[in-house]
Ligand binder design. Structure first.
Ligand code: ZN
Length: 297
């Protein structure tokens, strides 16, 4: 038995996924997102089964004139689509879900499991792309365990990140458990009050983990990153002191931040106007998915 990673497109066939003892090997194959920002797409292979984790896009760099979005090379998935048993989504950032609608036009993904917010975003994207009938979407809650194919069992562990409703994964396979953190930052004062489920991580740590895949931008920088909540006083200062209009820019998917801005607008008697297609779409999603939905009304 062996576990291995491969940062290039892997064209392994059925036979190459077997070790010398003829026991299936577990392979973890990142098709994007390794040593780069964007297009996070990871494949778990055990025996004749494949499970995908996230499928994102990247935005073009300066030299890519005329390019709107960048997708990973999915030749391996097209060639092996009969082996794909399902997909797990960790959270709703574009670099984790932005490729799914595109991929559904080219290969089959029988079922997709993911958090409510990400799945709401995905439904909108699939409608736009005309692929709503190509897969089944299943929303999950913290500590839910789903079975993908015969070999993969995945527990969703609540984590904290710049987008709410985000998960780390414990992927249990016949050769051991892999902790796949997904994107995260330790935020001890999350805006929505949903704490990182460290207890569950400890549980798996004590049981024994085969391997951990950890992904947190700037994790090598010493110290702590500030909580999302720390921007609240500064935002409040600007919003309360401004004599006229206040213009704020943020990612539409930054639900925590948008929620904070709306709370402050209510507190200081200001009207809110949203600009931009994603932001207007986000409003609907936030109403459906956040615990603070009352502030929109
Ligand atoms: Zn992210």
């Amino acid at each position: 038995m062996q576990s291995s990673t491969n940062s290039t497109v892997n064209r392994s066939t059925h036979d190459s996924s077997r070790s010398k003892s003829n026991t299936p090997a577990l392979r973890v194959i990142p098709l994007g997102g390794l040593h780069e920002i964007g297009k996070n797409t990871c494949v778990f292979e055990y025996g004749d089964e494949l499970m995908l984790v996230d499928a994102g896009l990247a935005f073009p760099s300066d030299g890519m004139h005329g390019v709107n979005v960048v997708m990973p090379d999915t030749t391996f998935l097209k060639e092996n689509q009969r082996r794909i048993k399902g997909m797990i989504v960790t959270h709703g950032h574009e670099d984790h879900i932005g490729g799914i609608s595109h991929h559904l036009k080219h290969f089959n993904i029988p079922i997709i499991y993911g958090p409510r917010l990400a799945m709401s975003m995905l439904r909108g994207k699939m409608e736009e792309a005309g692929v709503s009938d190509r897969t089944t979407i299943q929303t999950v809650n913290p500590r839910d365990v789903v079975k993908v194919g015969r070999h993969f069992s995945v527990e969703f562990i609540r984590n904290t990140h710049s987008i709410c409703d985000s998960f780390s994964l414990a992927v249990t396979t016949p050769v051991g458990t892999i902790i796949f953190t997904g994107d995260f930052k330790f935020d001890h004062m999350p805006v929505d009050g949903e704490q990182f489920d460290i207890e569950r991580m400890v549980h798996y740590g004590e049981k024994g983990v085969l391997c951990m895949f950890s992904d947190s931008t700037n994790a090598e920088v010493p110290g702590f990153c500030p909580s999302e909540k720390t921007i609240y006083p500064s935002l409040e200062k600007h919003i309360s002191e401004a004599k006229e209009r206040v213009i704020l820019t943020t990612f539409a998917s930054s639900v925590h931040r948008v929620t904070m801005i709306l709370e402050l607008a209510m507190k200081h008697g200001r009207k809110v106007g949203l600009l931009g297609r994603s932001m207007i779409k986000s409003r609907k999603l936030i109403i459906e998915n956040t615990v603070k939905k009352d502030i929109w009304r």
